[in-house]
Design a protein around this ligand. Structure first.
Ligand code: GDP
Ligand code: MG
Length: 612
């Protein structure tokens, strides 16, 4: 395949604007999958993707298309990408293998926060951008208005916009011809020595490590020996091919193609995403690769039953083989036993990881309160990044003198009537406004009725901590779901942070410690104590629940004693019934985590940690 007959492109859009559905239609149109066969959103293969209706992993697929204009057969590689902010890393990686994108926008929802974020990812990567307004079949569709928005925000010429319905098929026939006309072919050189970019890798039980690669220069042939530029390790290529739509062996991959390689790697740790693969014993300049994934959120992951540590260890090892964006290190907690500290790209990523552990690997886990990476400087000038609040210590000799917290630059797009309440929300969350603009063009007569149909784009600098904990739900609830939100990482800012301990009968529970802004410590402490009081079963003795900063108690609750007498219900002398009841009580005990003298039911950890 000569590179000029190859086109590599991706579909980018806000969540739910129809990327996966459009991908389905294109696969059918090119005969890659049969119409009406297979499930909708064909490329969403993971169970979590199907249940949540979101794409988590980018998927590549190769299609062949006969272009009627020049009567040639083109090879098209389509990469379907996730839309959610947590997975923008996945998007930027996918774009490295593309020369163009379809920028999809829902005809009634218009431009949303992730449309903006994804547009800039493509724009900064110098890709050809084909604007597509989708869902024009909907009664509320207003494509002209969306065209105006595209013009106002991205300076996109309204005449370039394609209108489609991935549902009814309307307008679809224009998509692939436009891809061929407007997206350049990959620029690699078939005459140069082989260079491939490792895009992704996963572990398959039968085939071993499968690598997705983009061949930048030269040709890859089955049977050759390749080497990793990162490690110098070399491998024999056992199998190569394209994803059409499943692994389809082809014996060669040519310049500009995207496909898979199986080369006897033992673990995905050897298949480093962003690495350059080349023929062994030839020298090549490594490709730029990717910047490493940035972990925004950390949480402890513990087996729900302490004895299951080995099983959890095994499950995490296997899952991280297919999700290399999670960082994992061992930790232990007085309350929860042996477990792991994991770093995630965001809260949704953390939820998805949790769900995949349970669904795909049968693990039962407790996650601790998510925290963001704070930096502390001690009086001796040393600095630490704290991923686990419990691990933060200070002593008179090692006093903390300065703290920093990560911030983000957030983009919110909202109908104008919600601007006031959103500004209140952002200032409660310690945000600083950067921008406030109308995206439907500037209203000619301010304060007239049409003003209320306007959409506004707000940009805020916000502490990451305020964004990861419940910001999104709050935003959705005050705008009845109409506002959308996205963020990108920004700098570390100096902040007044304290460690908030939670004590039960005077004993700190390490898994419940958190780091909070000093001004909010008291309120957070009070809320935590109240929540804990509601969740904890009353026990045989009184419990004092306290929140403290150092030795200073900022909030307290107490739970009065309850005499649990399970036998009180047995009046008769029925021995077997009595034994059953005692067994039942023992059973209940086993599911408790004992902290000092207090039994905390497991569900308490779960609900308390999830909601705080
Ligand atoms: P993604 O998150 O961008 O991948 O979006 P999906 O492809 O999963 O689509 C989200 C929802 O929109 C699904 O329920 C689709 O059936 C629906 N949808 C997609 N395209 C269209 C369209 O052109 N018209 C209508 N009415 N619904 C669509
Ligand atoms: Mg999708």
């Amino acid at each position: 395949y000569p590179p000029n007959l190859i086109k590599n492109f991706s579909i980018i859009a806000h969540v739910d604007h129809g990327k996966s559905t459009l991908a389905d239609r294109l696969l059918e149109l090119t005969g890659t999958i049969r119409k009406g066969h297979g499930q909708p959103q064909y490329l969403d293969k993971l169970q979590v993707e199907r249940e949540r209706g979101i794409t988590v992993k980018a998927q590549t697929v190769t299609m062949f298309y006969n272009y009627s204009k020049d009567r040639r057969k083109y090879l098209l590689n389509l990469i379907d990408t996730p839309g959610h902010v947590d997975f923008s890393y996945e998007v930027s990686r996918s774009l490295a293998a593309c020369q163009g994108v379809l920028l999809l926008v829902d005809a009634s929802q218009g431009v949303q926060a992730q449309t903006v974020a994804n547009f800039y990812l493509a724009f900064e990567a110098d890709l050809a951008i084909i604007p597509v307004i989708n869902k024009i079949d909907q009664p509320t569709a207003d494509p002209d208005r969306v065209k105006e928005q595209l013009k106002a925000i991205f300076d996109i010429n309204p005449e370039e916009v394609i209108l489609t319905s991935a549902k009814t098929g309307q307008g679809l026939e224009q998509v692939l011809p436009t891809v061929i006309d407007r997206i350049p072919s990959p620029k690699g050189d078939p005459g140069r020595p082989l260079r491939m970019l490792l895009l992704d890798s996963y572990y398959d039980e039968y085939k071993g490590v499968v690598c997705h690669v983009a061949v930048v220069d030269g040709t890859l042939k089955k049977g050759v020996k390749i080497a990793s530029a990162a490690t110098g390790q070399s491998y024999e290529v056992n199998d190569v091919g394209i994803l059409h739509p499943e692994l389809t062996p082809t014996s060669h991959l040519f310049t500009g193609q995207v496909g898979y390689v199986i080369a006897g790697m033992r673990s995905t740790k050897e298949a480093r995403i962003g690495d350059t693969l080349h023929l062994s014993r030839t020298q090549v300049e490594p490709l730029p690769g990717f910047k490493p994934a940035k972990h925004m959120v950390f949480a402890g992951v513990y087996p729900a039953d302490g004895s299951d540590f080995d099983a959890l260890n095994h499950a995490i090892e296997r899952l991280t083989c297919n999700d290399a964006s999670v960082s994992v290190s061992k930790e232990s907690s007085g309350a929860l036993g042996m477990g792991f500290r994991c770093g995630f790209l965001g809260l949704l990523h953390m939820d998805v990881f949790h769900q995949r552990l349970e669904q795909e690997y049968g693990a039962q886990v407790i996650s601790t309160t998510p925290t963001v990476p704070y930096v502390f400087e001690y009086v001796d000038g040393s600095k630490v990044t704290v991923q686990n609040p419990a691990a933060l210590s200070s002593s008179p000799g090692k006093r903390i003198v300065k703290c920093w917290e990560p911030t983000v630059l957030a983009t919110i797009i909202t109908p104008s009537e919600y601007v006031g309440s959103l500004m209140t929300l952002c200032s409660e969350r310690r945000g600083e406004q950067i921008e406030h603009s109308f995206i439907d063009g500037i209203p000619t007569i301010p304060f007239c009725l049409t003003f209320y149909r306007q959409r506004v784009m707000l940009k805020y600098k916000l502490p990451l901590r305020e964004v990861v904990i419940d910001f999104y739900n709050e935003l959705k609830s005050i705008t009845s779901g109409y506002a959308s939100f996205d963020y990108e990482e920004s700098e570390m800012q100096i902040s007044d942070l304290v460690k908030l301990d939670l004590l039960l009968n005077g004993e700190p529970v390490d898994a419940l410690a958190s780091i909070v802004h000093r001004a909010k410590a008291e309120r957070v402490g009070r809320e935590l104590c109240e929540k804990l009081k509601k969740i904890l079963d009353r026990q045989l003795f009184e419990i004092a629940i306290q929140a403290a900063i150092g030795s200073k108690v900022v909030a307290r609750e107490s739970l009065s004693a309850l005499r649990k007498n399970v036998l009180a219900k047995c009046y008769g002398g029925d021995v077997s019934r009595k034994r059953k009841l005692l067994e039942k009580q023992k059973e209940g005990k086993r599911r408790m985590k004992r902290v000092g003298s207090v039994d905390i039911p497991q569900e308490a950890f779960h609900s308390l940690l999830r909601s705080s």
